[in-house]
Design a protein around this ligand. Structure first.
Ligand code: ADP
Ligand code: MG
Ligand code: MG
Length: 875
């Protein structure tokens, strides 16, 4: 029989898939001998079975009952027994941490009789009644589906603690009225129902939204941990807190966290009351503090990483309620990894595994230059770094509305709850007036890489009036633009100018002026030494080529030639297209030749000694012609005024109509152009050949490669290749310079991938154009579909990320692998590269590494990310 329940003592951190992160780490702490309230965990497998069938698997309830009996035995108390009740929490927790996104029910086991027992046992009547009303409230909303506001109203009418029994009576009435059912008095029934509700919360809206955003699969399910309750709200000698073994914003080791005396853990996380800094515990309860510091050290040494911890002190006794490897900012990730490698905790390679390209990309963003700015409007806690500007809004819906309209918003709340998640996703930044570094707003924002300042106590938020007020009475209305500095923890009125990041400066200049840039430098070097894949850049100007080189690109993987046909050269291109005979066309091409040659000379000089892959003209010709409607209107207007329309316009319109295509992306473009427009390929190749000759005569080392786009059939490539070779031979004999350019093709059509073996015999290299290959494999027009229906496709999980952002391994990736394998079999030593957007995407890069790709090419700014991830892929 399948086993669905594990005691803490029988689990461990390696079982996170089955026990969830929370359950696995509670087990691990138990193993380490830390004081964890005893309990057990129901597996994610049971949850998956429940979600699939709508009922818990056979035997689960019995298994839970058995483990509950063991727990009761251990505690010497019985769940909900009137004299001295055992109470338990029922906690959610999946494989990946989803803070606050699923449900947890505390104080299971209380009822009309056991509340009196709890009062006697604790000697505190208010505490017992408060726990009972919390249970009815939590159970009522999460298990029975009662609207939470109904409880809020009833509570507000009886603020006096002496009235708590009255509140409980009213809560029970609320439950009865809303559901037609009494609040269940049977503790075993409470437990059974709570477990099912936690299972079901996996598919709650908040949880689903969070998973989509974090790319967490939908089919993992949550585990459920049942654990003896401990009480942080038994008076001033009790309390709850959160601790980090290092500062999650900077990585600095030390004591970071919040502590709230006489409170339950959920009050700290919710940021309901402003917590004390954790250091204050040192004088509030020195023994517990020393013990906690000890456990922090043990955990950090054990996990060899920054840990965050939830703890509760019940009458001076410390209990550990949760730990996990903590979420952190991008800056902290780099600094912590470097520090841990420095002190020998991690090897260099392990440390490299702890940072990633997404974080590096964040660090390359600018920050505010507030040297010139006046004093900030308000200061708060720098909870999640970044520089964000936007109009203040006071609820999630407004943030979503503005974002949809293309506006930038800053979400301002007293504190956030999981219901604010859509607004947090939509906003540029989050600002709260209450709560610390571990408040909901802070934790969620850090996880999203979103700028956040929290606990800005000087502002008073009034969401109804849609404004906030400063201490001096200044009112800031909705729509006012502010700048939020998540690194400094400040908010400024208006839009502050931006200062470049030190990491960006490091890439621009090679200077390491901060601990952060030294850490980045260290991991870049490591990644460069490890990686098998080369990184090139997509660049078509000498300036871009130079930048790419500074950022570490080892050549250009895609030099597009179309921009060389625009601007003041347009008339020449028009003449070429309009030409009615060979002589006219040749004149136009001859005029373009020297211009192209100059372009290529500049780029080859900037990338001297490194490969420059030049793609022959790709886009359809009408892209170089004026707009059809505009021309038609111009001609019609002239006629209406009784004038003769410009004959050039008339010819252009005819050409536009001649070249018009219903589906230009699938029309006359790429190699098809070269095969149908006489002289075009020859002119481009001649310009390349002459540029190479010129650079060689100047003592340079030009490494041009000629790339034919959109090949579908080997015969296309053969014809073009023969022409290219002929032109290069001509230039060679005219200039007396030996010109040897590899000639290859893009693989961006399924047919090319499927016939790669044959094509490889004619190609010196393959470069996968994964944008077009994705477009043609899926049959998605990449200019249309993202706006048209990708949101629906993402919602309905047809894919987890847009295939234009993250390579579709199953489909497009399969074509790519096939082409690599069959291409190499036919042509040993064939070079393979990727030059689509995917070349700079971390997930896709790992796939390219596995597929045996030789190099990726991406935009110059993504080059560092690609280098780092190519190194990590080789770990
Ligand atoms: P989340 O995943 O949202 O953090 P938790 O399962 O950690 O949810 O529970 C929420 C809060 O309830 C925690 O902050 C914790 O302090 C408190 N809590 C959970 N179990 C217990 C327990 N057995 N005793 C006391 N407090 C508990
Ligand atoms: Mg928690
Ligand atoms: Mg293409």
């Amino acid at each position: 029989m399948a086993r669905y329940v594990y005691e803490f003592a029988d689990g461990g951190r390696e079982m996170a898939g089955l026990l969830g992160g929370k359950g696995a780490n509670l087990a691990e702490m138990t193993r380490l001998g830390l004081p964890v309230p005893p309990g057990f965990t129901v597996t994610t497998e049971a949850c998956r079975a429940y979600l699939a069938s709508g009922t818990v698997p056979d035997g689960l309830d019995d298994e839970v009952a058995e483990h509950l009996r063991a727990l009761e035995e251990r505690m010497g108390r019985r769940l909900g027994r009137p004299e001295d009740p055992l109470l338990v929490s029922v906690r959610s927790g999946g494989r990946f941490s989803m803070p606050g996104m699923m449900e947890t029910v505390l104080d299971i086991g209380l009822n009309d009789a056991s509340v009196l027992g709890l009062a006697r046992m604790s000697g505190r009547e208010h505490f017992a009644w408060d726990s009972y009303r919390r249970l009815i409230q939590m159970f009522g909303t999460t298990v029975m589906g009662v609207d939470g506001d109904l409880f809020g109203k009833a509570l507000a009418q009886h603020p006096d603690p002496g009235e708590l029994p009255l509140v409980v009576a009213e809560f029970k009435a609320v439950v009865r009225e809303a559901t037609g059912e009494d609040f269940p008095q049977d503790p075993a029934d409470q437990l059974r129902r709570a477990i099912r509700a936690v299972f079901a919360s996996w598919n709650g809206e908040r949880a689903r939204l969070y998973r989509r955003r974090e790319h967490i699969p939908d089919d993992l399910g949550t585990a459920v941990t049942v654990q003896a309750m401990v009480y942080g709200n038994l008076g001033r000698d009790s309390g709850s807190g959160v601790a980090f073994t290092r500062d999650p914003a900077t990585g600095r080791p030390g004591v970071y966290g919040d502590y709230l005396p006489d409170a339950q853990g959920e009050d700290v996380v919710a940021g309901v009351r402003n917590a004390l800094p954790l250091q204050d515990l040192e004088w509030l309860d020195p023994t517990a503090y020393m013990e906690l510091r000890d456990y922090m050290r043990i955990l950090e040494e054990h996990y060899r990483d920054l840990c965050d911890i939830e703890f509760t002190i019940e009458r001076r006794k410390l209990w550990m309620l949760q730990t996990r490897v903590g979420k952190r900012t991008a800056e902290a990730a780099f600094r912590v990894a470097a520090q841990l490698a420095d002190d020998g905790t991690l090897t260099e390679n392990e440390a490299l595994g702890r940072v990633d390209g997404r974080q590096l990309a964040q660090l390359m963003f600018p920050r505010f230059d507030d040297t010139a700015a006046g004093p900030p409007l308000a200061r708060g806690i720098p909870a999640s770094p970044g520089a964000a500007v936007g109009a203040v809004v006071f609820d999630s819906a407004e943030a979503v509305r503005r974002a949809a309209a293309g506006e930038k918003a800053v979400l301002v709340r007293r504190e956030t709850t999981p219901d604010d998640l859509p607004g947090m996703v939509a906003a540029q930044a989050v600002l709260t007036s209450r709560g610390g570094k571990t408040s909901h707003a802070a934790v969620v924002a850090r996880g999203m890489g979103k700028t956040c300042v929290c606990g800005a106590e000087a502002i008073t938020v009034d969401p109804r009036a849609r404004h906030f007020t400063l201490a001096d009475g200044t009112v800031v209305e909705e729509g006012t633009v502010v700048s939020v500095d998540g690194t400094a923890g400040t908010v400024h009125l208006g839009e502050l100018p931006l200062a470049p990041s030190t990491v960006m400066r490091y890439f621009e200049t090679g200077e390491c002026r901060s601990e952060l840039s030294r850490a980045v430098d260290r991991f870049m070097r490591r990644a460069d030494a490890l990686r098998r894949m080369e990184v090139r850049a997509n660049a078509d100007t000498p300036e871009d080529a130079e930048r790419a080189r500074r950022f570490g690109a080892r050549g250009i993987g895609l030099c597009r030639t179309e921009h060389m046909f625009l601007g003041e050269r347009r008339p020449l291109v028009e003449t070429m297209i309009l030409a009615e005979n060979d002589a006219e066309r040749e004149r136009a091409l001859a005029a373009l030749l020297p211009l192209q040659r100059t372009d290529f000379t500049g780029i080859l000089a900037a990338m001297d000694g490194l490969p420059v892959t030049i793609r022959l003209l790709d886009p359809p010709l009408h892209e170089f012609l004026p707009d059809r409607t505009e021309l038609a209107v111009r001609i019609a207007t002239a006629r209406a005024l009784g004038q003769h329309p410009d004959p050039h316009d008339v010819r252009l319109l005819a050409a536009v109509e001649r070249t018009h295509e219903q589906n230009p992306m699938l029309g006359l473009r790429g190699v098809r152009l070269g095969l149908t427009v006489p002289g075009l390929t020859a002119m481009q190749v001649r310009a390349i050949g002459e540029a190479v000759a010129e650079r060689k005569r100047a003592g340079g080392d030009p490494r041009a490669e000629i790339m034919v786009p959109l090949t579908a059939a080997v015969r296309e490539l053969r014809i073009v290749r023969a022409e290219v070779e002929q032109v290069l031979a001509d230039v060679s004999s005219e200039t007396g310079v030996d010109i040897n350019c590899p000639i290859g093709t893009m693989i961006e059509l399924p047919r090319a991938a499927l016939t790669a073996g044959a094509i490889a015999e004619t190609a010196d290299f393959f470069s996968f154009g994964t944008n077009d290959l994705t477009q043609t494999t899926w049959g998605f027009s990449r200019d249309d579909v993202e706006a048209a229906f990708f949101t629906t496709y993402l919602d309905r999980r047809i894919f987890a990320a847009s295939p234009f952002e993250s390579l579709d391994e199953d489909g497009v990736g399969r074509l790519l692998s096939l082409a690599v394998t069959e291409g190499r079999a036919a042509h040993p030593g064939l070079t393979t590269g990727v030059c689509g957007e995917h070349g700079g995407d971390p997930d896709s890069l790992h796939f390219f590494h596995r597929a045996g790709i030789d190099y990726v090419s991406c935009s110059p700014f993504r080059v560092p990310v690609a280098r780092l991830e190519a190194g990590r892929a080789a770990l």
